[in-house]
Write a protein that binds this ligand. Structure first.
Ligand SMILES: *[C@@H]1O[C@H](CO)[C@@H](O)[C@H](O)[C@H]1NC(C)=O
Length: 592
């Protein structure tokens, strides 16, 4: 669930409205305010015509931005029974044939990388070359991201060579700026997970400490929110020059599993406290409706007026609220409260159903300033990033933990085992997983990077690729599939929580599409530029999350359920498993 700096999860250009501290979009009356304002002014005879014209222009503009979607959705009541409780036999034994096929795929990816680019940060399978994130040299981006998958798959030879490389060649003394979040989730997370899965190979802990000490200065900001970049050699945090020095909400709030676990392992509470402090700042910055815009100011510790979405720059904030709660054995109820608060806000504002087949999907809310010095209006857009597909599985996991009346719940959970909120989240989660699988029903069987949905009164297919070009023309950005893991991640969680064989079936279909269209015969896997065009056109890049996430979650989907049980591990947002633990002295439970 992550991207490199060039294709950063956060790659979408920053909205030009990022400027002022956020005004909370009021879920009851954003755009209607134009109407009521106009009504009030009706009694002021002077200037009434001019104001009416302005309001009309505003409505027309917003309508143009999002036809039909310029009113806010009424909160729905999705408290429905858990669908299909026991229509299948739960059997978690491994599917060895399929599991082994995933291992073959991993070897195909790794062996090409090792042959052509061992030690380089990133791999390009068409030109058979590696590159580093910066000219200062590599930081083990691909090697570290892949190690725990090798350990899980039992690839001893590959693992031995990767470990050797870490021992002899990996070096963080790189005088250049690296993305704080990406470095943490991929490299620090990967090292900690390797430490865990090797039962404590000190090499990984040493390297993790070295890296974390270089990262730690990012928290030295006026607010405690981290800088989004870090110079690893100089050990200084650097404000993001591309986004006016702002940090995205997900970047600030997706470091905690890693730093907390390292704090626990080392008893160096600096790691823990600085990461936890970020959560305090975010909690204090809460907007009245609990929605979280995607940008924050490290200087002020406040949300900035910016887009509200569950995709890029927002996604893993929600994921880590739940996982921080789970990581320490569900005793830090403060995180569960923050999670519940967020899920409530999401259900009131960001969940919708499509026109024909009533697919559950998410929407975004964008700020629009109609004229200089005018009020911000909030516009709903029926856009969903592939990144959002983590949410289905996450909601199901949350429903069976934070939303459970008793724990553990049955597999699949029985309605009476879930609280009303748990049932709501379960239902939404199950629906979102189906929707994400549906977005793979394309010419290639691969999902686009971004889809748009249609409102209930519109005609046409439930979702589409915006501005899609016909085959042969240069495709739009949204049409690509870059080996992303979020849907198979949710399928893995849904499988473990239900035992419903349909989730294995879906996962296998996705894997077959990857094999058919992304596999480069000479080695490695490539991204596809247009999922609706077959034969496909490749982009010369194999994202590191193919080996750390996509193939790992697929492998786990076909393994038996004793491999990384969900009540003993949390996965960081790059799919690196970290153990659930009980801190000897509970560090958290911060209060206000
Ligand atoms: C990446 O960095 C490493 C370490 O400095 C170096 O050995 C390697 O040649 C670099 N790779 C490329 C493609 O520049």
């Amino acid at each position: 669930m992550a991207d490199s700096t060039s294709t950063l999860r956060n790659r979408r250009p920053a909205t030009s409205d990022v400027a002022a501290p956020a005004q909370a979009p009021d879920s009851k009356k954003p755009v209607k305010a134009a109407t009521s304002g106009t009504l009030a002014l009706f009694f002021l005879l002077l200037g009434v015509l001019a104001l009416l014209a302005l309001a009309g222009a505003a409505a027309a503009y917003i309508y143009y931005q999002n036809p039909g979607g310029y009113f806010w959705p009424e909160p729905q009541e999705p408290w429905v029974a858990v669908p299909g409780a026991t229509e299948w036999t739960v059997d978690f034994s491994a599917d060895l044939t399929k599991r082994d096929a995933i291992v073959v795929a991993f070897k195909h990816a790794w062996s090409a990388y090792e042959r052509d680019a061992m030690g380089d940060d990133e791999y390009h399978p068409i030109t058979k070359k590696g590159t580093n994130l910066t000219e200062a040299g590599g930081i083990g981006y691909t090697v570290i991201d892949s190690i725990d998958t090798m350990l899980l798959m039992g690839l001893d030879d590959e693992y031995a060579r990767a470990r050797k490389w870490v021992e002899t060649s990996m070096n963080f003394e790189r005088d250049a700026n690296f993305n704080t979040f990406e470095t943490t989730i991929r490299v620090l997370g990967g090292l900690l997970s390797a430490y865990e899965l090797t039962d404590g190979d000190e090499l990984y802990l040493e390297r993790a400490i070295d890296l974390a000490d270089r990262l730690l200065p990012v928290f030295d900001t006026p607010s405690g929110l981290p800088y989004s970049q870090v110079n690893l050699a100089q050990r200084v945090g650097v404000a993001d020059p591309d986004n006016r020095g702002l940090v995205s909400t997900a970047e600030a709030s997706t470091l905690q599993l890693e730093f907390r676990y390292l704090g626990f392992l080392t008893d160096n509470l600096d790691y823990w406290d600085k990461a936890e402090n970020v959560m305090k700042v975010i909690r204090r910055a809460r907007l009245p409706n609990a929605l979280t815009p995607i940008f924050m100011s490290s200087a002020e510790g406040k949300f900035m007026t910016s887009e509200i979405r569950l995709g890029s720059r927002g996604d893993s904030y929600y994921e880590y609220l739940l996982k921080q709660y789970l990581q320490t054995g569900s005793v830090e109820t403060l995180y569960r409260d923050m999670y519940d608060d967020s899920m409530q806000a999401i259900h009131e504002n960001l969940i919708a159903t499509s026109n024909n087949r009533k697919l559950t999907h998410t929407v975004e809310i964008h700020p629009r300033r109609l004229a200089q010095n005018s009020q911000i209006s909030w516009v709903r857009t029926l856009k969903q990033d592939h990144l959002v597909c983590f949410l289905g599985g996450s909601l199901m996991l949350g429903a069976t933990t934070a939303g459970a009346r008793t724990r553990p719940v049955s597999v699949p959970p029985r309605v009476e085992e879930l609280s009303p909120v748990g049932r709501r989240d379960w239902t939404t989660g199950v629906g979102l997983v189906e929707t994400c699988v549906d977005t793979y029903r394309t010419a290639s069987g691969l999902s686009p990077e971004i889809v748009h949905f249609r409102e209930s009164f519109e005609s046409g297919s439930d979702w589409f690729i915006k501005d899609a070009k016909p085959p042969g023309e240069p495709p739009v950005y949204d049409a690509r599939y870059i080996l992303r893991p979020e849907t198979v991640e949710s399928l893995f969680l849904a499988w473990r929580l239900t035992g419903n064989p349909k989730y294995r079936k879906y996962g296998w279909e996705i894997f077959e599409a990857i094999e058919t269209h992304c596999r480069v015969p000479s080695g490695g896997y490539a991204s596809v530029l247009n999922v609706e065009e077959v034969p496909v056109t490749w982009e010369d890049k194999m994202e590191t999350f193919l080996m750390s996430e996509t193939l790992k979650y697929l492998y786990l989907l076909f393994s038996d359920d004793t491999v990384l049980p969900l009540d003993q591990y949390v996965f960081n947002t790059e799919a690196h498993p970290l153990p659930i633990f009980s801190p000897t002295t509970l560090r958290s439970g911060f209060t206000f």
